[in-house]
Design a protein around this ligand. Structure first.
Ligand code: ADP
Length: 418
């Protein structure tokens, strides 16, 4: 009884001495949450959240995991320590991890010593290059669902207190709303653009379908209308496929598979795909490939999609009898894959916009069909491989698109070319 009393009075005392500190931290929480709602970009927002979590709980590191309903797994989406795109592919099982426990139970959890907790998912330490001892985690609840988990960690055991838990919960409540808003905004933006873009082919289809009913039409005219209908339906089809692919890539829910890919082989495969198209336009395909290069860790199918987009454009926007040259070599820590054409080129005022979704360089003759999504998709794929695409172009003379990828392994020794 006496012991209880003295414990209580010690707690009360510590609460009183901690009071100004607690107030300061709540004041800071208000500042941080108002910063949070000022951004709608999901990546920036998630970074704000983990930075705020680390600061408020005075912890060494913080991370945020979001649940993917398709795979039923949790994925690291942001962390205060270094976290690259590859780390974001790392899944944490919902049934065998502390984050998973928090997510499935929808309750916060304070772990004094992760080393003795059977739920602790050790691979996370490997991933974060951090020796975790104490963990505090809270779920991110938005309306009727749980989006994920915020965790803060320290290298010493038993470091988190009730006060940290309360602060992290308050932060998580605001963070979950901000994440939902950002997701809704991204979707509405994309859907609005798509609907807008669908209007043109739909209008052309409506007009053609209306005209084709007229009895007085000549056979030639009727055939021409049929070709228009077929072309526009195909355009709608391409648009839907590309749009779905882009929406998936932008949602951040696509999981990139990593495997060793020999770019040389991939280039040859892509050239075979586009050869018939090139031949029908009498376009020559040339290659200059450094064969000594080591494979890159990449998602083969997606990289193929990127390269095919660049090659198709190099043919589409070329002239009859033109040339397309593919060049692969290593420069410093990067592999450079260049697709160069002798086509119409891109005016300098359009260069900064060609990677925007639905953007197409204005062309009065509308001689080339397309969706304006190919390069937006290619850019996303490059970024997911920690790479980028650069473009250089001279109107009337041609364009050069260069994919930069981080090179794995040791530098190339001899550079024989073909
Ligand atoms: P699209 O389906 O219109 O080809 P992309 O996203 O692939 O869409 O390209 C966007 C725009 O960039 C194209 O509409 C075209 O105006 C321009 N462009 C892309 N590649 C080339 C190229 N190799 N030469 C000239 N213009 C190009």
């Amino acid at each position: 009884m006496n012991k209880n009393k003295s414990e209580r009075s010690a707690r009360d005392k510590s609460a009183i001495t901690n009071y100004p500190r607690l107030l300061n931290r709540y004041a800071r929480l208000l500042e941080l949450t108002s910063d949070m709602v000022s951004t709608l970009d999901l990546g920036t927002l998630l970074q704000h959240i983990v930075d705020a979590a680390k600061e408020l709980t005075e912890s060494e590191e913080a991370s945020l995991l979001l649940y993917d309903p398709q795979t039923h797994l949790l994925y690291f989406q942001a962390a205060t320590g270094p976290l690259d795109e590859k780390d974001k592919q790392t899944a944490v099982p919902a049934d065998q991890s502390i984050a998973g426990w928090i997510f499935t139970h929808g309750e916060p959890l304070l772990v004094e010593d992760a080393k003795t907790d059977p739920r602790f998912f050790r691979e996370v330490d490997v991933l974060t290059r951090f020796q975790t001892r104490s963990i505090l985690g809270v779920p991110l609840h938005a309306k009727d669902k749980t989006l994920g988990v915020i965790e803060v960690v320290n290298k010493r055991k038993g470091t988190f207190q009730e006060m940290d838990l309360k602060l992290l919960q308050s932060l998580a409540a605001q963070a979950a709303i901000a994440i939902e808003n950002s997701r809704l905004f991204q979707q509405s933006d994309l859907v609005a653009e798509m609907v807008h873009e669908l209007r043109t082919p739909l209008a052309a289809l409506t007009a053609a379908a209306h005209l084709i009913q007229r009895h007085e039409l000549e056979v030639d005219q009727r055939n021409k209308l049929c070709r228009t209908i077929y072309g526009e339906v195909q355009r709608l089809n391409d648009m839907t496929t590309d749009f779905l692919e882009l929406a998936r890539l932008e949602s951040g829910r696509v999981r990139f598979v990593r495997e060793p890919v020999l770019l040389e082989g991939l280039i040859r495969e892509c050239l075979e795909v586009i050869r018939p198209q090139a031949e029908s336009e009498s376009i020559t395909l040339e290659t200059e490939i450094d064969r000594s290069l080591s494979p890159v860790q990449a998602d083969r199918n997606r990289l193929k999609q990127l390269l095919l987009n660049l090659l198709t454009n190099a043919i589409k926007y070329n002239h009859r009898g033109g040339r397309v040259r593919v060049h692969l070599h290593r420069k410093g820590d990067e592999l450079l894959l260049t697709v160069e054409d002798t086509g119409r080129g891109i005016p300098s005022e359009s260069l900064s916009r060609i990677f925007d979704r639905f953007y197409r360089v204005p062309d009065k003759e509308a001689s080339v069909t397309g969706t304006g999504l190919g390069l937006a998709i290619a850019k996303r794929i490059a970024e997911n491989h920690d790479g980028r695409i650069e473009v250089d172009s001279e109107p009337g003379r041609g364009s050069k698109f260069t994919l930069h990828l981080p090179a794995d392994g040791s530098p190339a020794t001899s550079p024989p070319t073909t």
